[in-house]
Design a binder for this molecule. Structure first.
Ligand code: BF8
Ligand code: SF4
Length: 651
């Protein structure tokens, strides 16, 4: 593979080349060492669940069709698939739990440095939880809301409160199908139980429980993470910033914040703006002060709320150090490559782990504690400042570009922008979908994967969608990839849009591709979908909407959980790269087709991003037809000749 095959981003491609010259091993080198990868694993038919295995079944029918215990391909792949959901849902939801715990500490006044930023949103959440508002103090309300929210993780019976935000018909369907989540943790634990050797061995049944756990992520753990983070740190509003490694500055202490939870990064943002820290940086020779950039979902969190530049997405974490300009990379949880300290050995970058639950060999650990958040943040920033002096005097002088973007499209903001402050509403969006200027809505999300050209598949898919008048909602690394292409620049982005979409975006003043945040913020997409249904005119369930979802470069188990809660919420969802059940025929047919009878949504797999976009458009058109809005209803001004012709026909 040459650099261009590895990355569609010119900055990354150049740095991959540089790393190669400097004999620095990157993930693409290790992918080569790993090839050929195990076909059984790739197709989902390797079982390591008990010590009579590992067992593999032969997808081509020549070898064994059952494991030692008798499990067949469909059972094996279904178990593996829902274990991926369990891990993904656990990751999102444990993140949400940490936010809920901090939220309670803030309400109790035990977490100095944090405060309630969005009281309106707190009151809205209080109503969801039926917490009395009256004239109670805001912290009292917050404490009660925080405790009730936290209890959602351990709830054993009943229904998750946030599921009430789904359309009524959808809630009813979940009840009828027996997949309404009871508690966030409970459904995850039940996956682990059902997939233990010799328990649930019927693939529909396994997948149905996977739906329940995934819904507990999307409408539970992730949604509560988003809601509580917005209340604590502010609900995003449109913000201008820049993206890519060109944000690195020579005369500043460059710190990359990488990972997921905003609890620490928010504090580092606050601390690095203080005169004390700026002076400290200057005392170490960095006359320009401190320069922060985000990576992966932490990037999205601090971009959405503070306009902090985005350093890059998942596959840029190693190459960022190759610039020689990064003093520290501060990591917490999820999507952090264990290779970081190995790459850092070639440069001066310090890798700092901060989470109680996540450590790495050869990294420096500075544990972050919410009750002394500001001190922890200061300690971390100081380590980075001290390291400025170690930057090689001949550190690369390569100047990289940055690209402008507008982010900050929370569900509330879209509502406001479309309808205006007096009548915030999704009505204009619905009307423009009904009149055909906007063909439909797509959620394009998820990771990068070293097996496919970095960023390129996101970009090609999204361009194909907007060209065909489909408005695109984005989160995660996918959002970062498209931002780098200028798709989130309100001026440049419009060049890619079809005429109808372009007209609407120009009128409202938004790009055709909307950045809605990090991966837990896929819950914002769910809420937007529910709001569009509620607005009326496009059916009465999410599955009626001309909408589709995709993750063309996915790699993480979280992506499977997200994909599955989209499906279980009624969305047609296409993944690229590879699909982890392809070795199990009946199961795959169920996921790609049969499941739609139960939940309205279904999975699909198409590695070519443009073809995948066309599948999404075909699905959108099908839904338009079912709604009876497939014919353009534009009024035609008739001239005399047309009137006469019409009269002739009638006569
Ligand atoms: O949660 S998109 S590579 S960073 S998993 Fe990871 Fe995938 Fe990026 Fe955020 Ni989401
Ligand atoms: Fe093999 Fe069955 Fe054990 Fe899986 S559970 S490893 S298929 S014997």
């Amino acid at each position: 593979m040459n650099e261009k095959m590895k990355s569609g981003d010119p900055v990354t491609a150049q740095l991959i080349g540089q790393a190669c010259e400097e004999s620095v091993e990157l993930c693409w080198d290790r992918l080569e060492q790993q090839s050929p990868q195990c076909g059984f694993g790739n197709l989902g038919v390797c079982c390591r669940i008990c010590a009579m295995g590992p067992c593999q079944t032969d997808p081509y029918g020549n070898g064994p069709q059952r494991g030692v215990c008798g499990a067949d391909s469909d059972t094996i792949a279904a178990r593996n698939f829902i274990r991926m959901i369990a891990a993904g849902a656990a990751a999102h939801s444990d993140h949400g739990r940490a936010v809920a715990e901090t939220f309670i500490e803030v309400a109790e006044g035990k977490a100095p440095g944090y405060s309630i930023q969005d009281e309106q949103k707190l009151l809205a959440l209080a109503m969801d939880f039926e917490v009395e508002i009256g004239d109670r103090a805001i912290n009292d309300i917050a404490l009660e809301v925080g405790k009730l929210a936290l209890a959602q993780w351990g709830q054993q019976e009943g229904e998750l409160v946030m599921c009430q935000r789904a359309p009524l018909k959808r809630q009813q369907l979940w009840r009828e199908q027996g997949i309404m989540p009871r508690g966030i943790d409970r459904e995850i634990v039940e996956i682990m139980h059902r997939t233990h050797m010799g328990v649930d061995q019927e693939y529909h049944h396994l997948i149905d429980h996977g739906s329940r756990a995934a819904l507990g992520d999307g409408w539970g753990g992730s949604m509560l993470a988003t809601e509580l983070q917005d209340i604590l740190f502010g609900t995003p509003v449109p913000v201008v910033s820049k993206v890519n490694l060109g944000f690195l500055e020579e005369d500043q202490v460059n710190i990359i914040l990488h990972g997921h939870e905003p609890l620490l990064s928010e504090m580092i943002v606050a601390v690095s703006m203080t005169d004390e820290m700026k002076e400290y940086a200057a005392s170490k020779g960095a006359t320009g002060g401190i320069n922060l950039g985000g990576m992966c979902c932490t990037a999205n969190e601090i971009l959405m709320r503070h306009g902090i530049p985005v350093a890059g997405d998942f596959l840029q974490q190693e190459v960022a150090m190759v610039t020689g300009l990064v003093e520290a990379m501060v990591v917490d949880i999820q999507c952090i490559m264990q290779s970081l300290p190995q790459v850092a050995k070639h440069y001066h970058t310090k890798i700092l782990t901060t989470s109680r639950i996540a450590r790495m060999p050869d990294a420096q650990h500075i544990e972050f504690h919410e009750d002394r958040a500001l001190e922890s943040a200061k300690e971390i920033v100081k380590v980075a400042c001290d390291n400025y002096q170690n930057r090689q005097k001949d550190a690369k002088k390569t100047v990289f570009d940055t690209i402008d973007l507008v982010a900050g499209f929370s569900h509330e903001t879209i509502n406001y922008l479309l309808g205006g402050s007096f009548r915030a509403s999704y009505r204009p969006l619905n009307d423009n979908i009904i009149n055909g200027k906007i063909r439909g809505i797509a959620g394009v999300v998820g990771c990068n994967n070293a097996k496919v050209p970095h960023d390129l598949y996101h970009i090609e898919m999204v361009k194909e969608l907007v060209k065909n008048d489909v408005i695109v909602l984005q989160t995660g690394c996918s959002a970062i990839a498209c931002a780098k292409e200028g798709l989130m620049d309100p001026v440049k982005g419009l060049e890619f849009a079809g005429p109808g979409l372009r007209e609407v975006c120009e009128t409202v003043g938004i790009p055709p591709v909307l950045h809605m945040g990090s991966c837990v913020d896929n819950s914002r997409i769910l809420m937007a979908a529910a709001a569009v249904v509620k607005e009326g005119g496009l059916g009465d369930d999410i599955s009626d909407l001309p909408a589709a979802g995709a993750a063309p470069e996915w790699m993480s188990e979280k992506a499977i959980s997200i994909g599955h809660y989209f499906v279980a919420s009624g969305v047609y969802t296409v993944f690229g790269v590879s699909f982890p059940t392809l070795g199990a025929k009946k199961l795959t047919e169920y996921l790609f087709d049969g499941i739609a009878e139960k939940v309205g949504g279904k999975w699909d797999f198409e590695p070519d991003p443009v073809k995948a976009a066309q599948l999404m458009i075909a699905h959108i058109d099908e839904k338009r037809k079912a709604l009876g809005i497939d014919k353009k209803k534009e009024r035609v001004l008739m001239d005399m000749e047309m009137r006469r012709a019409e009269a002739d026909i009638e006569a």
